[in-house]
Design a protein. Structure first.
Length: 268
């Protein structure tokens, strides 16, 4: 009985050892398989992560609120500016006007006016000054006025003003219509000369001198003699005009009450 029991115990132990060995082997196989599967899952996970990261990177370039929207916003912001400058540019190129006017200013549309029936535009850089008509006081110094004040005056009053226009755009508007105390109004032409600091004259073909003064908004246009070139007119400075006055340049002047509002070269 004892031997039989020992034998059974040995057999049981052997069987248990074999079973344990088999289980260990199976677990090893399963672990290897699981490891391999784990590696594959990890690789797949890494791939997904990389793809996801790549997608995120692409999205950052096109997600609203980032690059694309930023570009779009800047485009939207630029569009009105382009449109505005296009309107101004078309008006400027359509008229080709560089001239100083004295006349009644009338409102046409936002940013658009006429002076003596000549259309012109204004911009944020236009200097608007008043001495009681646009804004300010009649007896005071020139006061800087707003576009809204100009619009209101042009809509509701007979606004007489001096308007300096360069390429269709007003660079300065002032309601100071007193441009001189002389008696000559109209176009005069002849050889330019200078009498004193702000007193000039032209000598016409009859040898008669017509004297005139300058306004602070006087427009000087040159095409090779005062400034510029024979192929292209240019807006000249008063210093360039003053230098030309010492050379006897032939000019044509647009006088109002003895004040030259416009002076250009006379090549006729």
């Amino acid at each position: 009985m004892l031997r039989s029991h020992r034998r059974n115990t040995v057999l049981a132990a052997t069987a248990l050892l074999g079973l344990t060995t088999m289980l260990t082997a199976c677990q090893g196989d399963t672990g290897a398989s699981g490891g391999s599967g784990g590696s594959g899952a990890s690789a797949a996970s890494d791939s997904v992560a990389k793809n996801s990261g790549s997608d995120n990177s692409e999205d950052n370039g096109s997600v609203p609120g980032r690059t694309t929207t930023g570009d779009s916003d800047s485009g939207d912001n630029a569009a009105p500016a382009d449109s505005g400058s296009g309107d101004s540019g078309s008006a400027a190129s359509g008229t080709g006007i560089s001239h100083t006017y004295l006349g009644v200013v009338k409102y046409v549309a936002p940013g658009k006016f006429t002076v003596s029936s000549q259309a012109f535009n204004i911009s944020g850089t236009t200097e608007i000054e008043g001495r009681g008509d646009i804004c300010g006081q009649p007896e005071g110094q020139a006061t800087k006025c707003s576009e809204a004040q100009l619009e209101n005056a042009a809509k509701n009053e007979t606004l007489s003003a001096v308007v300096k226009v360069v390429n269709g755009l007003a660079v300065n508007i002032t309601d100071d219509a007193n441009v001189g105390s002389g008696h000559t109004t109209g176009k005069v032409w002849g050889k330019l000369g200078k009498e004193s600091r702000n007193s000039y004259y032209v000598t016409n073909s009859d040898g008669v001198r017509v004297f005139f003064g300058l306004h602070r908004l006087t427009t000087f246009v040159g095409s090779g003699l005062i400034c510029g070139s024979a192929n292209a007119n240019a807006i000249c400075t008063q210093a360039q005009f003053d230098a030309a006055s010492r050379k006897g340049v032939e000019v044509v002047t647009d006088l109002v009450n003895g004040t030259a509002l416009n002076i250009g070269e006379n090549h006729n």
